[in-house]
Structure formats: C-alpha cells, structure tokens
Design a protein around this ligand. Structure first.
Ligand code: SF4
Length: 750
C-alpha cells in the first residue's frame, strides 16, 4: 500500500516550525496572484516551462506537485510567491517553508531529467511595484535527494499510522451494523439512495420528511461506502448550529455502538473557539500562537487518538498542549474522517475544506443538511455591499496618505448616484469607474497597513475588508448578479448611498463544489419544486432525485385551508378578528400547545394583543425580535407535555424550522401567511432577473421560497408515527392549485 502526498502538504507537515503568525499582512488577491505568476512567466525565455508536473517516491510515499517554472537554458527551477509590502518583514519560518518546497521540487526535477545539479530560485514578486526579488542558489542533486529523503522520513512515520488507521477504519466500516434496532420507515429508502449515489458518483437531491432520522440515514451509507468507494472523507455541512449537534449526536451513537475508529471533527467559527479574543493570532500577542508549530506534532498525535473531536474535546487537547484550539481544529481537518461544519467551510469563496480537498485530491462525499437553506446562504456568500456613510467617517479621520484615494473614491461614488432620482435603482452593468477608484484605495490601504500594522483595526480595517470583498465580487459580476444603489437624501442637495452587488443565481459557484466531490447529497424535508433548487444551485443534469415516502398517515394531520381569511397587507386589519376567533375556537375544542405563525412581528403583535383582550384565559408566549439563544430555549421550554398555550412566532424565523416539539408539546399550527418574501424593489428586481433567466419570476422569487417556509413550519406538528395534530392554513390563496401542488403529498387538505 502506498500513501500519496502533495509537495505543499508534505512541507507544511515537516517544515513548519516556530510561531503561528497570522499577523495580517495585506496579501494579494487570488486574481493578483494569478496575474503575478503570469507576469513572471512572460518575462522568461520562450523555452520556459510553466507548471511542471513532478512526482517521486520514497518507500511507501508517493510525492507529487507542480513546480511554478523551469528554465532549461539556465537550468533553473523557480517557485514564485506574490506579495505586497515589505518583504523583509516576512517571518523567517515562512521563508524556510518556501525553501523546503522548492528543494523538494528541485530533487524531483533532478530525478526527472537526470541532472546532477540545479539552480533553485524563490522569486518574490511585488504586486504593487511589479519588481522581482530573486533568491537563487545552486544545489547538487545528491544534497537535494538527502533533503527530500529527510522530509519524507519525517512524514513517513505519520503516514504509516494514517494508512493503518484507514485500513482499520475501512475494515470496521465494512462490518458496521446500523446502530438502531431497525431503520425507521423511509429511512432505509433514503440510505439506499445515498449509497447508490456515492457508488455511481452522482449528486443526489433527497426530499425526506422530518422525523425519519435523516442524519444517521445519510451518514451511515457513506460509512459503508468508505472502503468500496475508497473515500477519504465525509463532510457533513450544516446551515445552523442545531444541525451540527444532530450530526455529532449521530456520530456519538455510532461510536457507542461499535469499535469503528472513525475520527469525527467539529469545526466552529474562530470567535467561538478562540481562547483570547482580545489578542491577535501571532506569537507576540497570543500565548497559544507562540511556538504553535513546535508543539503541534504532539497535539496532533493526541488529537488523532480522540474519536469525537467536538468543540469541547478538541479544546481539552489543545489546551493540554498549549496550542490554539481553533488552529488545531484546522490542522485536524486534514486527518479527520467525518468533518461536521457550517456550509461556508465548503461553499464560500476561499472555503478551507474545499481548498484542502482540491490540494490533496481527496475523494470526498458531501452531505448538505437542510439543503433548502443553501440558496440564500450561497447568495450571501457571493454578494457584497458598501455604505457611503462609513466612507465619510473615514475621510474625516483617515491618515494623510489615504485622504486622496478616499476622496477620489467619494467623487466617483457621488458621480455614480448623482442622476438617480429614485431611492432605489438597479443597473445592468457594474460601476467600473468606481471600481477603479476602489482598487486604488485598497492598494493604498494595503500599503499603509504594511507600514503601520498598528493601524489595522476599527473602522479602517472594517472598511478595508468590505472593500476587498466588494472588489472580489465585482470580478465575478455577470447576468447572475444585480448591481443596485439605495440612495438617501441628507438634506439640501447632499445625498449618500449604499452600493450592493447581489448574487441572485449562485449556481456557477456551487456546482463545481458539488461535482468535485465523489458524491454530493442535498437533503431536506422541503426541496420542492426540484427544478427551483437544481437551477439555483447548479445541480448537474444527471442528479438523482428521491422523494422519500412519508412514514406519517394522512389521518395523523388534519390540514384545513381557511378560505374566508385574506392575510394580504390591505386586508390585514379585517383579518385580525377572524384569526383570533379561529385560534380561540380550536383551542377551546382541543386544548393543548399550538404555534401561530405570521409574516411579521407587527402582525403577530396585533393578533396576540386582540387574543389577549378577548380571551384572557388563553396563555400566550410571544417571540420577540433578536432573541438570544437562551431566550429562544426559554420560549421552547414553555411547551411541555402538560402545558396549554399558544406560541406566537414569525414564519421563517427561529421557530419556523429546526425545532423539535414531539407528542403533546405541540398539537397544532396556525399559519396566517403564505410566507411570501416582502414585496419591495429588491425582490422585484430579483423577480425580473428570475423571469429573464428561468422564465418564472414570481414563482422563483416569491411563491417557492414562501411555501417552502410554510411547509417547514407545518412540519413542526407531526414528529413521529404517534403524533396527531392540526394545521390551519389561513389565507384564501392556499386554495389555489399552484399552491396546493407544492404541499406535501401525504397531506389531505380540507
Ligand atoms: S487563541 Fe485566539 S488569538 Fe490566540 S491564536 Fe487562537 S484564535 Fe488567535
């Protein structure tokens, strides 16, 4: 058996020493990096070779990678690094790592061409001045071979253990039995579909009702596929924290019921894992960054022996070894078998898991939990906005060298919106002149931060990051984006505006991520209509689809459409009394716990108030704006087996999905809204774009996202085969065929 490793991964393992140093130095963007590499290559001779693929072996190790360039005329192999700012400020351990990489490439090249010696060069290309600093040194092949062997030997001990681990993992997974007595109804069909998808290397969309155990039902088949499909990793990606918890619980159950040596890792955001929020991530500031790489090998070995590396266990290991928990978790992402993380670790611009998977050529399987959330989440990952107000604050306080570029940006900004009469307007093209001024600003800010690292904080830093994100999104701008300006009058002739680059179709960014995996499975209780999600997320045409039969029977849920009520904005006042009457009547007939959903806090408030006045004996619980996690839990804790009351909540909010109130804790839901997104100029623009691209403006903008929320909220009522309950859909539009078509098939609507 052999172990394949990329040159970069090998050197990062063996040649990183000293402090963790993520002192922010404004580094070139990916685009600048590409241009930098191209510029260097264009300055070389005609026979210069770019991106030279190289590989070599050392005992069981296969080492592979691509050297940036080789000039056969001068026999020089180059590793190009782009930078901005002061090269002398680069930490020594970064330079050492670069040398290690180029020396490994150097040996592989000598071996490939049968050379006895070679020139190796680190080429540092300054993005701003376009100058090159070339560190050149001649090496004998034998010397490089010695270095290569030494690096490989350092890694081999670990690699052998990894191979043993993988062997043991795969063997145990082959005989793994389902951790529960039996599959729940529907769960087996789901598991089989997942297994088939990964076996055939396809994407799968799985619509499966809540309550059938989707988490274990999707993880289990992928574990069974580890050996036959030679999977390296499984990524379980979630939209929200509760989903992550369910996946970790499932892993715990698997561990408890078997000897499966599956390493499970939870990734959490930096601000949740950081032990020193008041410090910066470098050795001079944070004790857990000091000597991080020196202590990492021992921490890594200890962490690799813990099967469930959730936030708490990982923290224990990290602190026992004096290293940062957050960066230890990033390291362990390389060595874990099942990684449980937020969507953004795989789908965002520079997503870590996706980047690692590409670099290491992992064969990964991806599970996307509650996948209906991915449309909105992906849109926001690839959107950006800039507010002129923050620019104004900066212009007043900015250091002298920045004043000019900031002023120029402001002039371009004013010119951009000067003729705009409406408060909101969308534009077909991106604001190129403003982007040029913005680019000058970010360069000036980057240079300034290099010279004055202490200035990198507060408003200046915040604006800098926003500007970089805006520029990054602008590079991607096409018909799948909307550029719009929201303008405000400030008095007199003065005005200010917010610029927004809105991604409305994230398909082109999500699709490559989905297809890079051996299989990606998107699952949720609400993925209808299928074409809506497939179009917006860019699912390949051969994506498999399974609509898992609900284990629930129609008689368990009484679904009633209340035609006499209209919740349209103009009819809102008139709707209050009938809604209150219906709720009260239902409550009197069948006392118990209910949730009532509305389109807004205002509407909720009005109905709750009237109900309280007219039926003071009914207990009410109300969701309020911006509830903290503990308050949300407090709200849910009021729904007990023996309580009786009505919880008022906003549809699409914290209680509209992802909450579990089984049995008598919830016996019914009143839904006084179609959940349609607000009618506003932004949504109207999205509608136009959806109409132009998919020929379905209203459906893609309003109807489908709205009804999806309704079905999610109604799904809170029946959580098991023993539950019984009622759902009242209060609006005449629920009677329309196109709406009913989107409701779950197992419902029988009254
Ligand atoms: S503990 Fe916090 S400040 Fe220190 S290295 Fe980790 S993330 Fe950075």
């Amino acid at each position: 058996m052999s172990y394949s490793v990329a040159v970069r991964a090998l050197c990062e393992f063996t040649a990183k020493v000293g402090d963790l140093d993520l002192r922010f130095t404004p580094s070139p963007s990916a685009q600048e990096g590409i241009i930098g590499h191209r510029t260097v290559a264009s300055r070389r001779s005609a026979r210069y070779q770019n991106e030279v693929a190289l590989e070599g072996e050392y005992q069981q190790l296969k080492v592979r990678g691509r050297a940036d360039g080789y000039d056969p005329d001068t026999n020089r192999l180059e590793e190009v690094k782009t930078y901005r700012g002061d090269l002398d400020a680069q930490p020594a351990n970064h330079r050492q790592l670069h040398w290690a990489q180029v020396k490994v490439y150097g040996w592989l090249m000598c071996q490939k061409l049968g050379l006895t010696e070679i020139d190796l060069a680190l080429v540092y290309f300054d993005i701003v001045g376009e100058g090159e600093t070339l560190l050149n040194q001649r090496f004998q092949a034998a010397e490089l071979e010695g270095f290569f062997n030494q690096q490989c030997a350092l890694f081999l001990g670990w690699a052998r253990k990894e191979m043993q681990h993988r062997e043991a993992r795969n063997t145990a997974a082959q005989t793994l039995v389902f951790p529960h007595a039996d599959f729940r109804p529907g769960q087996r069909a789901l598991a089989e579909s997942v297994y088939k998808a990964v076996s055939t290397g396809r994407c799968l969309m799985a619509q499966a009702p809540t309550g059938i155990g989707k988490t274990i039902g999707t993880i289990f088949p992928l574990l069974k596929a580890l050996a036959p499909q030679q999977l390296d990793k499984v990524f379980f990606l979630t939209a929200k924290t509760p989903g992550r918890k369910l996946a970790l619980d499932a892993a715990h159950v698997l561990h408890a019921s078997s000897d499966l040596p599956l390493r499970v890792l939870e990734l959490v955001a930096r601000d949740k894992a950081c032990e020193h929020l008041d410090k910066a991530c470098h050795g001079d500031s944070c004790p857990l960054a000091k000597g991080f790489y020196d202590r990492l090998p021992a921490a890594r070995i200890a962490a690799s022996k813990v099967r469930l590396l959730d936030q708490r266990n990982l923290r224990d290991v990290a602190l026992a070894h004096g290293v940062c928990p957050y960066y230890l978790s990033q390291e362990m992402a390389r060595w874990a078998d099942l990684v449980v993380a937020d969507y953004n670790y795989y789908f965002d611009f520079g997503a870590m898991l996706f980047g690692l998977a590409q670099l290491n050529q992992w064969r990964a399987a991806v599970l996307v939990d509650e996948a209906h959330n991915l449309v909105e989440r992906a849109r926001s990952m690839y959107s950006a906005s800039l507010d002129q107000y923050s620019l104004k604050t900066l212009r007043d306080t900015a250091p002298e060298p920045l004043k000019k570029p900031l002023q120029r940006l402001n002039r371009e900004w004013n010119a951009l919106h000067k003729d705009q009469i409406a408060a909101y307007q969308a534009y077909a093209t991106r604001p190129d002149k403003l982007l040029q001024a913005l680019s000058l600003c970010t360069s000036a800010l980057g240079d300034y931060f290099n010279e004055h690292p202490e200035a990198l904080s507060g408003d200046l830093q915040a604006f800098y990051f926003e500007a970089l994100q805006f520029a990054k999104v602008a590079e991607l701008f096409n018909e799948h984006f909307i550029f719009d300006i929201s303008k405000r009058q400030l008095g007199g002739k003065r005005s200010s505006s917010t610029l927004c680059l809105r991604n409305v179709v994230p398909a082109e960014f999500i699709r490559p991520r989905l297809t890079a995996a051996r299989s990606s499975v998107l699952f949720s209780a609400t993925l209808s209509p299928r074409h809506y999600y497939a179009d917006l997320l860019g699912l390949p045409t051969d994506t498999a689809w399974v609509d898992v039969e609900s284990p629930f029977r129609a008689e368990q849920l009484h679904v009633r459409i209340v035609n006499e009520i209209s919740t349209r904005f103009v009819h809102r006042q008139a709707s209050l009394a009938p809604i209150v009457e219906l709720i009260a009547r239902q409550f009197a007939q069948q006392p118990g716990n209910y949730l009532a959903f509305f389109s807004s806090f205002d509407y909720l408030q009005q109905v709750a108030q009237l109900l309280a006045e007219t039926h003071p004996r009914i207990l009410l619980w109300q969701q309020s704006r911006g509830m903290a996690e503990a308050e949300r839990q407090g709200f849910l804790d009021q729904f007990t087996e023996h309580s009786q009351g009505i919880g008022f909540a906003v549809l699409g909010g914290a209680f509209g999905e992802g909450i579990d109130l089984p049995g008598a804790r919830l016996i019914g839901a009143f839904i006084a809204t179609l959940g349609l997104p607000q009618l506003n100029p932004v949504n109207e623009q999205i509608k136009l774009r959806m109409a132009a691209i998919f020929g379905a403006g209203y459906d893609y903008t309003y109807l489908y996202p709205g009804i999806q929320k309704v079905v999610q909220a109604a799904g809170r009522v029946i959580r098991s085969e023993h539950d019984r309950g009622v759902v009242m859909l209060m609006d005449d539009r629920f009677g329309e065929a196109r709406v009913q078509h989107l409701l779950p098939r197992w419902w029988v609507v009254d």
